[in-house]
Design a protein around this ligand. Structure first.
Ligand code: BG6
Length: 510
């Protein structure tokens, strides 16, 4: 049964209301939902933080930020007034005992205003050390008890290793049932990521070839040109493996590798993804170098500008051992994927801002054409473009026009922009809407997060114990360290330049 979001009366409690996440992503997303009439008719945003705001002050702060960060730019006066009328502020310290009693009273007051018993969304846009105290405080004040109407939303990082994740999770689960907990991985809210399931399971043509008989390997690239910006303090504790691989890249892998669901619902889809995580071959503690490579950027050039090395960034130690690049080789030990490598790579300050999944099919079993006709012969590839291009490209061989028989790789392209001529909602819009209607399909279940941490622990430990002697080992603006090349070269392949143009070459290096 589909749920009408307009009828889901809600008090949306935003912890960390004065912080970066709230102003850059969450409130602009809420505002866009409001413009699209995708917020409940009776809705209040209750910001909670220690800053000196009042209701009007918080609204004014958000207005500036919506202008700066919303995909729709500065709000029109009348639209903004309608939205801002629902903004309230509670000054409170999330670690103080009386905060939750006051919160409960404030919520009760807002429900009176709304004239109904609303559902309560507790969005924790706070540093992770506050997750446990907030979850406990809410539970102690009785605010977690209603399983249907109370939901808690948490952002990564959910711990920095298996143990710390279990601790945070334990605190969440003390008061909240798993069905009330929404763990955000914002990649899952991206249209192109959701489209992976549509591509695979709404079309019968892919499934017969989506397996080890036809697929040679899968390569997942999430490349960023940005450095760590003002997040040096956080990033020093995280690194690329925790920041990107543990969540975003492994979730992408799951969507490519999972079995068809019986129904498009949270239990089934998350269960099928969990099967993949469970099937991932453990990385041996004494063989990490055969499965993982790391890098850290040095000085270099991005978009014609010279940029500093990671170790020169604000908040970063001058001898930092933190990786800004990580690559992994993984295997999914099941019938469908046995011995098909999944290569994952991600890094900051790389040659282009691009995320894509490249599915490389097997070579033809017999080469009927003489070698001279297709010097460029390449096995077919299906490229799922996640961003900034949004689409799907099938790369295959075609005959060049002319009387001479020559073959050349060509592209067949589907582009979101051209096909739908409409702007995609941002990931946070999709995810917040899902929280409001109580659909957890695009959120991470505890067992998934745990399995992801368990998989990566040998790599995290090995990297921590053995500082990289060669950092920095790639120049900003390049495609990453030599070690990542070696990782795949051992299998006779090279990372391909992401599909920015019609022409592929190995990493732009030749
Ligand atoms: C976040 C990471 O989860 O994802 C950031 O913490 C990264 O380091 C970001 O830059 C990338 O997300 P997007 O949506 O900008 O590609």
């Amino acid at each position: 049964m589909s749920i009408d979001v307009r009828k889901c009366d809600t008090v949306f409690v935003l912890f960390g209301a004065g912080g970066d996440l709230a102003r850059r992503l969450i409130v602009p997303a809420l505002y866009n939902l409001y413009l699209d009439r995708h917020l409940p008719e009776r809705f209040r945003i209750l910001g909670v933080d220690r800053d000196e705001f009042d209701d009007a002050g918080l609204a004014a702060h958000y207005r500036e930020n919506v202008s700066a960060f919303s995909r729709r730019g500065a709000p029109k006066e009348s639209d903004w007034q309608g939205f801002a009328a629902g903004i309230r502020y509670l000054k409170a310290d999330a670690t103080a005992d009386d905060a939750y009693r006051r919160l409960a009273e404030t919520i009760a007051g807002l429900e009176k205003e709304l004239g109904s018993a609303a559902q309560h969304v507790f969005y924790l846009a706070t540093p992770p050390f506050l997750f446990a105290p907030i979850a406990k405080g809410l539970a102690a004040a009785g605010l977690a008890a209603d399983r249907e109407r109370a939901r808690i939303v948490v952002e990564k990082p959910l711990g920095r290793d298996l143990d710390s994740f279990c601790e945070i999770n334990h605190a969440l689960c003390e008061g909240f049932d798993e069905s009330q907990i929404y763990r955000i991985d914002h990649f899952l809210g991206k249209e192109t990521v959701q489209n992976i399931l549509a591509l695979r399971f709404a079309n019968p043509i892919y499934e017969p070839v989506w397996n080890r008989r036809y697929i040679d390997h899968v390569a997942i690239t999430v490349a960023e040109t940005l450095g760590v910006e003002h997040r040096g303090g956080y990033y020093e504790q995280a690194g690329a493996l925790r920041d990107m691989v543990q969540n975003h890249l492994l979730q992408l892998l799951c969507l490519v590798a999972m079995e068809p669901p019986v129904a498009y619902d949270a239990d089934d889809i998350r269960g099928k993804k969990m099967d993949v995580l469970r099937a991932l071959r453990p990385i041996p503690r004494d063989g990490v170098a055969d499965f993982a490579a790391r890098g850290q950027y040095g000085r270099g050039w991005i978009g014609g500008e010279e940029v500093p090395a990671y170790r020169e960034e604000e908040g970063v130690a001058p001898d930092s051992n933190t990786e800004t690049y990580a690559a992994l080789k993984l295997y999914v030990d099941n019938w469908r994927w046995q011995d098909v490598p999944f290569y994952l790579r991600t890094g900051k300050r790389l040659g282009a801002q691009v995320s894509e999944i490249s599915i490389r099919f097997q070579d033809v079993p017999h080469k009927a054409f003489p070698a001279s006709v297709g010097l460029n012969a390449q096995p077919a590839r299906l490229v799922i473009q996640i961003q900034p291009e949004e689409g799907v490209v099938l790369k295959f061989m075609a005959k060049e026009p002319g009387s001479l028989l020559r073959l050349r790789p060509v592209d067949m392209r589907f582009s979101y922009r051209e096909a739908f001529r409409t702007e995609s909602p941002q990931a946070y819009e999709t995810l917040i809407w899902d929280v409001l209607i109580g659909d957890a399909t695009l959120f991470m279940r505890a067992d998934q997060v745990k399995a992801a941490w368990r998989l990566l622990m040998p790599v995290l430990e090995a990297w921590e114990e053995n500082p990289a002697p060669d950092f920095p080992n790639y120049a900003a603006g390049s495609w990453g360290p030599e070690a990542a090349e070696m990782l795949v070269a051992r299998d006779g392949i090279s990372w391909l330049t992401p599909t920015l143009s019609n022409h592929d070459g190995p990493n732009g290096r030749g």
